[in-house]
Design a protein around this ligand. Sequence first.
Ligand SMILES: Cc1ncc(COP(=O)(O)O)c(C=O)c1O
Length: 394
Amino acid sequence: MIEDQKKLFNLKENDHYLNCAYKAPLLKTVEEAAIKALIRNRNPADITPLDFFKVTEEVRVLFGKIVNCLPSEVAIIPSASYGFSSVLNNISCSKGQHAIVVENDFPSDYFSIKKWCDTNNAELKTIKAIDNLGFIGEVWNNNIINSINKKTAVVILSSIHWMNGLKFDLESIGKKCKSVGAKFIVDGAQSVGVLPIDVKKFNIDALICPSYKWLFGPYSLGLAYMGNCFNDGTPIEESWLNRTNAIDFSNLSDYDPEYNPNAGRYNVGETSNFILMPMLKQSLVQVNSWLNSDLQDYSKELIKPLISYLINLGVKFENDTYFSSHLFSLKMPKEFNIELLKENLIKNKVYLSVRGNSLRVSVHLFNTPKDIEKLMEVIELTKSTNRTSRVNIK
Ligand SMILES: Cc1ncc(COP(=O)(O)O)c(C=O)c1O
């Protein structure tokens, strides 16, 4: 199995960063690419017309390898919300059709599909998570699949739930969407790069990925796979870079009516982004180099002691089929003092997200057993401490 890759990052020795789901730490190589790019921008005379396209094209190739698509099917986007708008603006709706979303999906997903429904006078169906003896995965997935029918225009969901890591059965949902002619839009923010995905096998029509989490890219630059059904669509903006003659700088005002073929028409304006794009390229080079390692096995081994410890405390975990080892939530027992736990986590430099009575833990190759041990120590000491004393473990 792959070893930890902490050496590739500039993380502080005593920090325990269990929050890649919030934002990935910067890889050393990505930091170097940023500095190099910044210095290069001192003198724009060095930037040639070809430089407006070269790195972008390399990035499209690298992302295609991660999700199994052609570079021409990849668009450069600045955010997930931008990607959703690009896609939804090109999905039509007939009278009586509806859209499907899952309960508590990420706000960018929810607001985008809500707007599409309002614009098209379509019903938005929210499929809720139903607790079945402490498990939600199987029933939730079945209910999503069963709710898709000939009246479904769009299904939008995160590849795994962003709050608790619950896995959605993308292959079965995609198959059902295809059988009824519904468009299948997937938000890959919380799994692409760390959990295998295949847009063709799963019949995904659009896969929208910000890059700053599991793809280790810079904030404000993301990637989208756009299936064939969007080949003739209309982009949000009219960027000169998205015309087929853009490389010909001396004749740009011979206004070219043709957009770039396929997904290239949806690239965000100023696609070339001379600082962020080289960073994104470097991050994707790294993610590609990990593609053949079983990253889920690494996380699974890493969190094993934590899971056993918490099961003994009465914490319940989802059935294996629906559980993501890189992102999961710990629903602490009711009597547990969450406020005190939060204070102790910060005091002991353990970084994760707290949502209500749940802790969202997310791990990757930069985490080592020390991080997990520290988290367990903080939970254990909080459990046996009252409100007045805070614990600082040496
Ligand atoms: C599932 C999911 N989608 C999207 C995003 C980011 O959305 P945007 O790029 O619109 O800011 C996040 C951020 O946490 C997320 O968890």
